[in-house]
Each structure stands twice: as C-alpha cells, then as structure tokens.
Design a binder for this molecule. Sequence first.
Ligand SMILES: [Zn+2]
Length: 230
Amino acid sequence: MLVTVATAIRDLFFPHYCLGCAADFISTTEVICAHCKISLPETHFINSNHNTIEKIFWGRIPIEQAGALYYFNKHGVIQQLLRTLKYKNSINTGLFLGRELGKALAVSSRFKNIDAIIPLPLHPKKEYKRGYNQAMIIAQGIQEKWPLPILEKSVIRLVDTKTQTRENRVNRWENMKNIFHISNPHSLQNKHILLIDDVITTGATLEACGAAILSIPGTKLSIAAVAYTL
Ligand SMILES: [Zn+2]
C-alpha cells in the first residue's frame, strides 16, 4: 500500500495501537498488526462440507451452507476485536472483520449462489442505544469484498430476547418463534439469503430468524459468522 506523507504525519501525531498486542505505530487504517493478523485462529469451516456450524442446525432448520471464519478463544484477539465492535463503538473493527469474512466467502465455491445478505436484526431499541447493529457493520465489510445487496429492512426484530441458556430447546423455541417479522416478503421471494451474525454459539437466534426467512416461498438459507464459540 502507498503510504502518503499525510498518512505518515497523521500516524506520528495520532499513534494507533494494535488491538491484539498493543504494538504501536500501526497504520490508522488497520486495527491489528500484521503479526496478530496471521495468528488469528481460522476454522477453515467456510470451505468444509458438514462442518461444525452446519451440524449445529441439523434437525432444526434446513441450511444450504454455513460457516464461521475464526474460533472465539477466551481472552484471545478475536474476543477482543468483537468486544471492541460491540461495546466500544469501533466501526473500523467491524469493517475489518467483515472484509476478512467477505474475502473467504467470495472465493468459496460453496457460497457462490447467494443472492443477498441479511444481517441478524437487533431489536430497534437496542440498536438505538448502541447506535448501530454490529451484524450490519460486518455485512458492510463483507460487501466491500463481495458486492452483494444487503437487505437490511426486510426482517425486523419484535422482541429483544436475552440468552436463555438454562432453558431446554423446546422452551427456548417457544420463546424464539415470534421474535422476527418479515416486513418485506417480496424482497426475499425465491432468493438464497446469507444470514450474518458476529458470533455463533447455540444458534438459537439465527435459527429463529432463519425460520422466519424460510417461511417466504422459494427462499434458501445459508449462515455465516465471524466467529464460533463452544
Ligand atoms: Zn498485534
């Protein structure tokens, strides 16, 4: 990349630290240094059939393809980056993670039939409070490397559910059933949708949103996330 004099001067007066190892004087356009970037724990799920993420949804909803780019290790760099995106207003971090995911998806033959991207919606109240939906920022990063339409307003979230880890799957499903509403069914009809989230854990919220999308005739569903955590 061409480093201009202006950029060099800006970096000198506004030192910019790597979010992974705190190394200083990385470019202001980067969020982590080159060393941290090559050390990110990749899952290689994007190009693997029947991977761990796909197995999460087996017997729950029909998924074409699913994957997550990185493992989410406690106290690891990915956790740090996702926290920065979610709680510290760092749009650049979300765009960086989205671009990395977008690069992997764009060259994967498994995801070549996707028509449009939908970021998992936040409840409007929560989005207002945070100022943005982190899944939307990731989707925008993806779009920079893989130019697909983002259907941001086609699905809305009616209920802000808390994580219900202690409930069994049936109770959870009862609670999740009506939390999403398709506000623009025509925009989804006969399309293969890629649903995006930051982290996949139980997959319960993605399952609920995915079921709402699949209720529209002719839709197919794939899922991708930045990270996967056990
Ligand atoms: Zn670093």
